[in-house]
Write a protein that binds this ligand. Structure first.
Ligand code: CTP
Length: 408
C-alpha cells in the first residue's frame, strides 16, 4: 500500500489485563497496511510496556500530554486519525470518555478525533452491568461511537461471564469494516437484528443425521456487518465451524426445531430477522435412540420423512413487532427471478436474496452474486464479490425499510 494512502489508526489501550491481546490487534492492523499510533494509558503500561507498543507499531509512544509538546500531540493525533479504536476499554476509560474528561493523551485524543471511534470494553461482569457503566455506554453510543459488546467466557480469575475482550482478529474485522464504510455514525445503533446461519441437521440416530453443505459464511458476514454498524446482533448458528464474531450474541443450534425455537424467541424483540440458514425442508419421522444396525441379508428400511415448519413464512406472517423487516434467502437454478418473486410472495417476507446456483457459486465460497428482490417490486443486483458486500447491501435495504426511514 502507498505510504501516503495508508489509513491512520489510533489504538488506545487502557489498563486491563486484556491489554496483551491488543498486541495481536496491532499486528493485524500494521500487517494489513495501516499506520498505527498506539496511545496507552499510564495504567495500561503496568500490563504491557511502552517498548512493546513502540517496537510493534514503529511509532513513538507516550501516555501524557507533556511529551513532545512542540508537536501538540494531544490535538494532532486525534485530528489526523481515520479511526480510533480503544481495546481494551476499561470501565474507567468509558466513564472518562462519556464525561469528556481529558487528563491524559488518550482522553485528549478521543475529544479531538472527528473520525469513527470504536470501543472494545473488557471488564468483570459486575462492572459491565453496573448502571453507571450502562449509562456511560448508552451515552457514547448515542453520540455515534461504536461500543462492541464484550464476549462471554473466562475472566481474569476463576470466574466466567460477560466481559471478555473479543478475539483480536474479530476486533480487527470490525475496524476494517468501519474504515471501509468511512461514515461516522453506525446506522444500526439501537436496533436488534436476528440472523440465522449455517445448515440444520436432522438426527436419524445418535451418530447420523441428514444435513446440507451450508458453511454459514453468508450469515456470519451479515452478523459481522450488522455489529460493525452498531446493531445488537443475535446470531443463531446451525453447525457452523467459524470464529465467533465480535460483539455478537451467538446461539448455537443443531436441528431445525432448535433453530426455530431460538429464532422465534429472539425475533420477539427484533427490528429485523434475516434467515440466511439453509434449513432442512424434511426430517426423519422417527429418531432411533440406539444406533441403527445392519441386518445380515436384509436391505435397509427406507427413511420416512416429514415436512419441517417453514420458519421464514412463520416469522413473516406473524410479525412479533410492527414494522419488523424480514429477509429470506433462496437458491435457484432456473427462472431465477420468476421463481424468486413467487417465493417472496409465498413466504411473505420483505426482501428475498436470490442466488443463482451455478458453477462459480458453490457452498462454502467466500464470494457470491445475487439479486435482492423487494416485496415493493424493487430489484437490486449485487455483482459477484465478497459475501461481506452482499451483507452490507442487505443492511442498506433493511435500514431503508425501517418505519420512518426515507425510502430509497
Ligand atoms: N426456510 C425456513 N424454514 C424452512 C425452509 C426454509 O425458514 N423450513 C428459509 C431459509 O432460511 C431461506 C428460505 O426459507 O431463507 C429458503 O426457502 P426455501 O423454500 O427452502 O427455498 P429453497 O431452499 O430455495 O428451496 P425450494 O425451492 O425447494 O423451496
Amino acid at each position: 500500500m502507498n505510504k501516503a494512502a495508508r489509513p491512520r489508526v489510533v489504538l488506545g489501550v487502557s489498563g486491563g489485563i486484556a491489554a496483551y491481546k491488543a498486541c495481536e490487534l496491532l499486528r493485524r492492523l500494521t500487517e494489513s497496511g495501516h499506520e498505527v499510533r498506539v496511545v496507552p494509558t499510564e495504567a495500561a503500561l503496568h500490563f504491557v510496556g511502552a517498548a512493546t507498543w513502540s517496537a510493534l507499531s514503529g511509532q513513538p509512544v507516550a501516555t501524557g500530554v507533556w511529551d513532545d509538546v512542540h508537536e501538540v500531540p494531544h490535538v494532532r493525533i486525534g485530528q489526523g486519525a481515520d479511526l480510533v479504536v480503544v481495546a481494551p476499554a476499561t470501565t474507567d476509560l468509558l466513564a472518562k470518555a462519556a464525561h469528556g474528561l481529558a487528563d491524559d493523551l488518550l482522553t485528549n485524543t478521543l475529544l479531538t478525533a472527528r473520525c469513527p471511534v470504536v470501543f472494545a470494553p473488557a471488564m468483570h461482569t459486575e462492572m459491565w452491568e453496573h448502571p453507571a457503566t450502562r449509562e456511560n455506554v448508552a451515552t457514547l453510543r448515542r453520540r455515534g461511537a461504536l461500543v462492541i459488546e464484550p464476549a462471554v467466557g473466562r475472566l481474569t480469575g476463576v470466574d466466567t461471564g460477560k466481559g471478555r475482550l473479543p478475539d483480536p482478529g474479530e476486533i480487527y474485522e470490525v475496524c476494517r469494516r468501519v474504515l471501509a464504510r468511512g461514515v461516522r455514525e453506525p446506522d444500526l445503533t439501537g436496533r436488534h437484528v436476528v440472523i440465522s446461519a449455517g445448515g440444520t441437521r436432522e438426527p436419524l440416530d445418535p451418530v447420523r443425521f441428514l444435513g446440507n453443505r451450508s458453511s454459514g459464511k453468508q450469515g456470519y458476514a451479515l452478523a459481522r456487518s450488522a455489529a460493525a454498524r452498531g446493531a445488537r446482533v443475535t446470531l443463531v448458528a446451525a453447525n457452523a465451524a467459524l470464529p465467533d464474531p465480535a460483539g455478537v450474541d451467538l446461539v448455537r443450534v443443531g436441528s431445525t426445531a432448535e433453530l426455530r425455537e431460538a429464532v422465534l424467541k429472539a425475533a420477539a424483540t427484533a427490528d429485523a430477522v434475516v434467515m440466511a440458514a439453509a434449513v432442512a425442508d424434511f426430517r426423519p419421522v422417527a429418531y432411533a435412540p440406539g444406533k441403527i444396525k445392519k441386518r445380515d441379508g436384509q436391505e435397509p428400511d427406507p427413511v420416512a420423512l416429514v415436512r419441517n415448519p417453514d420458519i421464514l413464512a412463520d416469522v413473516s406472517q406473524h410479525r412479533a413487532r410492527p414494522g419488523q423487516v424480514v429477509v429470506g434467502f433462496a437458491a435457484e437454478t432456473e427462472d431465477v427471478l420468476d421463481n424468486g418473486r413467487a417465493k417472496l410472495r409465498r413466504k411473505g417476507c420483505d426482501l428475498l436474496v436470490v442466488n443463482e446456483v451455478g458453477e462459480r457459486k458453490t457452498f462454502g465460497a467466500d464470494e457470491s452474486e445475487a439479486v435482492v428482490l423487494g416485496a415493493d417490486g424493487s430489484e437490486t443486483p449485487v455483482p459477484f464479490g465478497p459475501k461481506e458486500a452482499l451483507a452490507d447491501t442487505v443492511w442498506d435495504l433493511v435500514v431503508a425499510r425501517f418505519p420512518g426511514a426515507p425510502h430509497q
